[in-house]
Design a protein around this ligand. Structure first.
Ligand code: ADP
Ligand code: MG
Length: 695
């Protein structure tokens, strides 16, 4: 799809704008401005009141003042390092303009004695005399109209001044074309939004501070444009993914039934709902691209397994990828018996499989004798071939990048894809980063879970904590002890865990304490985990390797050292390791006093709630969207106008509108569809443009 001609002037070189040379064009890149159109979306963040005053005497300094003055005498500095002064007289007061390191001849032409000028700048009182140091503006009276009453202030980078931005923006605004409306007319009317061209102009010509608010109609419209363009892209991606020769995997439900009957519990309502959604989606010939979102302990594994059985019953195979070896093994242990019961062969493949045994597994897989493969990313190695892969599941996807999600899609050319995440993403973020997927939510936990009692304890009370732990162990309870990540270094990390391990072993007894961390040889890691799962060891000292997914129901105590150094989401995940059995559970958040204000606020949020969504919302409010899931990794866009924390509702509207538009007009060929193409160009939605191009 080629760029519409009407947009050409906005896509010309930046240097074609008056006042922009090669050097400043380069500097503009630092602001994300490469073409005239980018200037349109570079919005001022605040404004300066430049309303004319009769006299400096009317204001309380220090403050910014704009007055008309008559220029008096010039007083060059007597000594080097002293300023150059120019006396000026407004309607009621004489004051000084002050310049450091100024060239006298330049100032003489700029400020000729006896003439009138409009000056604007910050007025201060120094030694009882009002002065304006380096005025922001000095204008001849006939130019005075150029200075807006309320001057927008733009973000800057080195090599770019306010004046330069203002000039370049003015030049870019002069190229604004009238474009047909792309927003749904009823939505626009309901919100009272201006046309695009008026919104852009208004955003660059603020009248009051209220115009910078995200609720100002012009800003809101431009924010919506951004969210909408992003959602159109995601919807196009979704449509093209679904269209890609999907296949119908239809199951009778017999295998699911066999497994359900063997389970000691009933699925929760949310689990049944998710299984039904997934089963229906798989039966559909369109390719599934679905996110299963469920807080820690909500029972995603069972849902995944029942989905895998659909693939098997339809005559194909399924694969489930976990982010760590420990988790992959846990899936194997948890599922292998149930699978056998259903007559299904489930095998594990990880990086540790080598030689003849691995070759045999690969052969069995290629010939369809293995029905379900569980593993780490080793399941994606080039030589791994399936006979008929119908469903690919990624567990705990926040550990994987978007790339891997794509890779997995490529493996089974037409396999359905299910991504599972325990990160309770606030809705706005889910819409932004997973808008190309359909979402099933497990919003209900299995019954009988007891709340985890969470307490904040200072490191100073270490001995007390160890003493309590000794009692708990004597009562047959099990505990995790999580050591902090030291400066992101695996090695230091390991050293601190090792030291704590020795300490606890000395305090609690040799055979009682085990340790796992990322630097251990794999076999030792397995042995340590196995000993803890079987209850032979009672305390497991660990680095954050245990963060995701580990399931040991008898463990009822979680101690987290230096809890203040972890993120909220991570702490929530860690705490989710306990409270899984029938016993009463405790989580101790140990911190190093004194806590920073932010640190205290974070830990208190955790103490006060176990609701993952509330924690995620708080996290978002405290940290901002970019930090929350890591912009690059999540594929989360950088919005220039929209504020993802505060414009959640708009994001939802944008998604439903985008999906509806593409449903009605998949090729964007209608008049509104054509208008939307302009928007996609303006907002650099290249991915969308390519998708339209392939049709
Ligand atoms: P997560 O969503 O964190 O992956 P898991 O799938 O590991 O959760 O499940 C956590 C625990 O809950 C497991 O011990 C599992 O057997 C158990 N479980 C799952 N579904 C139910 C249910 N409907 N009723 C009772 N226990 C369940
Ligand atoms: Mg899990």
């Amino acid at each position: 799809m080629s760029r519409p001609e009407i947009l050409f002037p906005l896509f010309a070189d930046l240097e074609t704008l008056e006042g922009v040379g090669p050097k400043s064009a380069k500097a503009f890149a630092g602001l994300g401005v490469e073409k005239p159109k980018d200037l349109l979306f570079l919005l001022p963040h605040s404004g300066i009141d430049r309303a004319r005053r009769a006299s400096v005497r009317d204001v309380i300094p220090p403050t910014t003042v704009t007055v008309e003055v008559t220029i008096g005498g010039h007083f060059p500095p007597l000594n080097k390092g002293r300023p150059y002064r120019v006396m000026v007289q407004d309607s009621a007061l004489e004051f000084q303009l002050v310049f450091f390191h100024a060239r006298g001849d330049y100032l003489k032409t700029l400020l000729p004695t006896g003439q009138k000028r409009l000056v604007s700048g910050r007025v201060e009182v120094f030694d009882g005399i009002a002065q304006m140091v380096h005025p922001d503006h000095i204008l001849r009276l006939e130019e005075a109209g150029e200075l807006p009453q309320f001057e927008p202030v733009y973000p800057l980078v080195a090599g770019i001044t306010q004046k330069l931005v203002a000039k370049a923006v003015t030049a870019a605004l002069a190229r604004l074309p009238e474009l047909p409306e792309w927003i749904d007319p009823s939505q626009k009317a309901k919100e009272g939004w201006p046309n695009w061209i008026d919104a852009i102009r208004a955003a660059h010509a603020p009248k009051t501070n209220a115009d910078f608010s995200e609720t100002a109609p012009a800003r809101q419209r431009l924010a919506y444009d951004e969210l909408f363009a992003h959602q159109v892209t995601l919807s196009l991606a979704r449509a093209s993914m679904r269209k890609a020769k999907g296949r119908a995997s239809v199951a009778t439900g017999a295998l699911q039934k066999t497994v359900m009957e063997a389970l000691p519990y009933k699925p929760t309502g949310a689990q049944s709902r998710a299984v039904a959604e997934i089963t229906a989606d798989m039966a559909n010939p369109l390719r599934m691209n679905r996110l299963l979102q469920g807080d820690v302990g909500s029972g995603k594994t069972l849902v995944a397994f029942l989905a895998l059985l659909v693939a098997v019953e339809a005559g194909g195979q399924g694969v489930m990828m976990a982010p760590t070896e420990i988790l992959a093994r846990q899936h194997l242990h948890g599922l292998v018996e149930l699978a056998a019961l259903a007559g299904v062969r489930l095998e594990l493949l990880t990086g540790r499989d080598k030689g003849a045994e691995r070759a045999r597994k690969l052969e069995d897989l290629a010939e369809g004798r293995i029905h379900i493969l569980v593993g780490t990313h080793a399941v994606f190695q080039k030589d791994v071939h399936f006979q008929d892969l119908r469903l690919a599941i990624i567990d705990e996807q926040h550990r994987f990048g978007v790339e891997q999600r794509m890779e997995l899609g490529a493996k089974g050319q037409s396999a359905d894809v299910l991504v599972m995440t325990a990160t309770p993403i606030p809705r706005s973020l889910a819409l932004a980063s997973y808008g190309d997927m359909d979402i099933s939510v497990l919003d209900e936990k299995p019954p009988g879970r007891k709340p985890v009692q969470t307490a904040l304890v200072s490191t100073g009370r270490m001995d007390e904590v160890v003493e309590k732990l000794r009692h708990a162990v004597a009562e047959g309870r099990q505990a995790y002890w999580v050591c902090p990540l030291v400066e992101d270094s695996e090695v230091l990390d390991y050293a601190s865990a090792e030291a704590r391990f020795q300490h606890l072993r000395a305090a609690l007894g040799e055979g009682v304490v085990a340790m796992v961390h990322g630097q251990m040889p794999p076999s030792e890691k397995d042995a340590a985990m196995a000993g803890f799962v079987a209850g032979r060891t009672r305390v497991l000292v660990a680095t954050t390797v245990i963060e995701v997914g580990v399931n040991v129901p008898n463990a009822s105590i979680m101690v987290i050292e230096r809890a203040e150094s972890f993120g909220l989401a991570q702490l929530h995940q860690l705490r989710g390791r306990v409270g899984r059995g029938s016993a009463h559970s405790t989580c101790l958040l140990m911190y190093q006093a004194p806590l920073s204000e932010g640190g205290e606020r974070r830990l208190k949020v955790l103490r006060d709630t176990e609701d993952g969504f509330r924690i995620a919302e708080e996290d978002l409010a405290m940290r901002g969207a970019g930090d929350l899931i890591g912009t690059a990794q999540s594929g989360l866009p950088r919005f220039r106008v929209a504020d993802m924390e505060r414009q959640t509702a708009l994001m939802a509207v944008a998604q439903s509108d985008a999906r509806k538009l593409l449903h009605d007009d998949p090729a964007l060929a209608s008049p509104r569809g054509r208008a939307v193409r302009n928007l996609l160009w303006l907002l650099d939605q290249d991915r969308a443009i390519r998708l339209i191009a392939v049709g």
